[in-house]
Design a protein. Structure first.
Lengths: 447, 99
């Protein structure tokens, strides 16, 4: 029976490269997919592209591909990635240059375009934004990007055209893993159960090591062997649609029923309705069975017909966030920390009354991650005080960190290690768009 | 007893919505989790943090539940003022619950 082994090369934009290279080298895989595009990353990429039309792709593209392309070419592994971000065509050209420099030839590199809806954003001004429940035109901030989550279609076209490397912009995360399965096994695009399985496969793989023991260790309760050299996952899929999660034997980490369970529930809401551009996947009956060490069989994923719409993320210049931190240690440190917060609160009311959309006052070590007012915390040996504020202008946001830093000479005793920063925030608003308005196209480059 | 003794957990984020899994180590403890860790109890536990509703989905065959918590991430991942913008640490806080 035909079997395909597909590996995960990255679980987020900045992920480690070594486990990906290990998979290409030793994983006996035919495909490796790098998932590198968080929700607002593309908005930031779009701004980079505006400044320089040859940029706007993932900042680690060169770093990754310089090592991955020659190795993948040697092992006959195809690469699929959304590292194209806001500029898949420029990213494909970078890959062409890398391949040429490595002395390779006979490689076909494709980019998938069509997700960028910014040129036609005016059509959607009356569309309701999920987050605000108001029309898009009322969004408070300049729109800088609009990208539809496309499905597998463009990637499949690229593979049918003989691509060895496929670079996309915004597509659904599972799509970069499911597309090669559809291509290889010839699954019908309305075989919803198969597509539900393919989506489940993509979902288990899309966060890299999160299914092989990364983000899992809890000393004494959940020890992970060799987590320092944790490997990335492989899923082996056969023609009948049976599939198994595993890893390279010598890689660190582990694949167990519980690592798979944690990852499957990660970032899903209703397990029976996981919406993607290609299918409404149903994970509610999924079971995991450990069939051997570091090999888990997955069963029970199904699917239902896809919806008529694509989700589109609209990036906009939202606000500025300023924050500052300073530490206090020794006896009475919590009391001094609380006094510091009161001082900053009073001074911000004085220098910028009602200028902040929101302010947050934290004592790191006590209540910064968990700020339930009823939460009882113990007195630690040191605390870090933090104030953060959101404002429409940079000048106002700057005031927050300045007032924290000024605690050195104007605040409680023993303040130390102050830091300050202000960030411009590009936020994302989500709208649904008619899928007929989005057409994936593919461009090929030959080396 | 804290939930930490008998269960593990991971948090995910989408916009201003947080989801937290709660997975029993041992199958026999799942019933206890289902009985004690109600959406109401979780909402109370995250007082001040989660402003919207809490919905619970059950996956008994995985001895697991999924809590979806609305209006839970300080306005959303990008604009949250929290140190933990993604709310990734909320899973550990759920395990701090006494049952």
């Amino acid at each position: 029976m035909k079997t395909i082994r597909i590996g995960s090369g990255a679980g987020y934009a900045g992920d480690r490269l070594e486990p990906a290279l290990e998979l290409i080298e030793k994983g006996n895989i035919q495909y490796i997919s790098f998932e590198c595009l968080a929700e607002r990353t593309i908005a930031i990429g779009q701004q980079a592209k505006l400044k320089d039309p040859t940029k706007g792709y993932n900042g680690l593209l060169e770093h990754r591909m310089t090592k991955a392309i020659p190795l993948a070419a040697k092992k006959g592994v195809k690469i699929i990635t959304n590292m194209g971000s806001a500029n898949p065509e420029a990213a494909a050209k970078v890959c062409v240059d890398i391949a040429k420099k490595a002395g390779l030839d006979g490689l076909k590199i494709a980019c998938v375009l069509g997700d960028d809806l910014l040129p036609q954003i005016d059509k959607f001004m009356d569309t309701e934004v999920w987050e605000t429940k108001r029309p898009l035109k009322e969004l408070d901030g300049e729109i800088v990007s609009a990208n539809a989550y496309m499905g597998v279609e463009g990637i499949i076209k690229a593979l049918e055209g003989g691509a060895d490397i496929v670079i996309t912009g915004r597509v659904s995360d599972p799509a970069i893993f499911m597309a090669p399965l559809i291509y290889e096994f010839g699954w019908a695009m309305d075989d919803w159960d198969k597509l539900g399985k393919g989506t489940n496969i993509g979902h288990l793989l899309e966060c890299g090591a999160q299914v092989t023991g990364g983000y899992y260790a809890e000393p004494t309760k959940k020890d992970v062997p060799g987590v320092g050299h944790v490997g990335f996952p492989i899923i082996e899929v056969n023609e009948a649609g049976e599939y198994f999660v595993t890893k390279v034997p010598e890689a660190g980490g582990m694949v167990t029923v519980d690592t798979c369970t944690e990852q499957m529930i990660y970032e899903i809401h209703d397990p029976s309705k996981y919406l993607t551009p290609d299918v409404v996947a149903d994970f509610s009956k999924v079971t995991f069975t450990q069939i051997e060490k570091d090999k888990v069989k997955v069963e029970g994923a199904t699917g239902h017909p896809k919806t008529d719409t694509f989700k589109c993320s609209v990036g906009y210049k939202d606000c500025f966030i300023g924050d500052g931190e300073i530490s206090y240690g020794g006896p009475g440190c919590v009391a001094r920390g609380k006094l510091a917060l009161d001082i900053v609160k009073e001074r911000l009311e004085l220098v910028a009354p009602n200028a902040f959309d929101e302010l947050k006052f934290d004592i790191i070590g006590c209540n910064s991650i968990y700020w339930n007012p009823d939460f009882k915390y113990n007195e630690p040996s040191e605390v870090r005080v933090r104030v953060a504020g959101r404002a429409k202008t940079k000048a106002v946001a700057d005031l927050v960190a300045n007032e924290v830093e000024a605690l050195y000479t104007n605040g409680p005793a023993g303040g130390c290690g102050a830091v300050k920063r202000t960030r411009e925030i590009v936020s994302v608003a989500s709208i649904l768009v008619d899928r007929n308005l989005v057409t994936p196209t593919v461009k090929f480059f030959e080396v | 007893m804290k939930l930490w003794e008998i269960a593990h957990s991971r948090t995910g984020d989408k916009g201003n919505i947080s989801n937290i899994s709660l997975i029993a180590y041992d199958e026999k403890d799942y019933k206890l989790l289902a009985e004690k860790v109600t959406p109401e109890r979780v909402k109370e536990h995250f007082k001040g943090i989660v402003k919207g509703e809490v919905v619970r989905y059950e996956l008994p065959q995985l001895k697991a539940m999924n809590f979806v918590m609305y209006d839970a991430l300080g306005g959303g991942v990008t604009r949250s003022l929290s140190v933990d913008m993604h709310g990734k640490g909320l899973s550990s806080y759920l395990l701090n619950m006494d049952i």
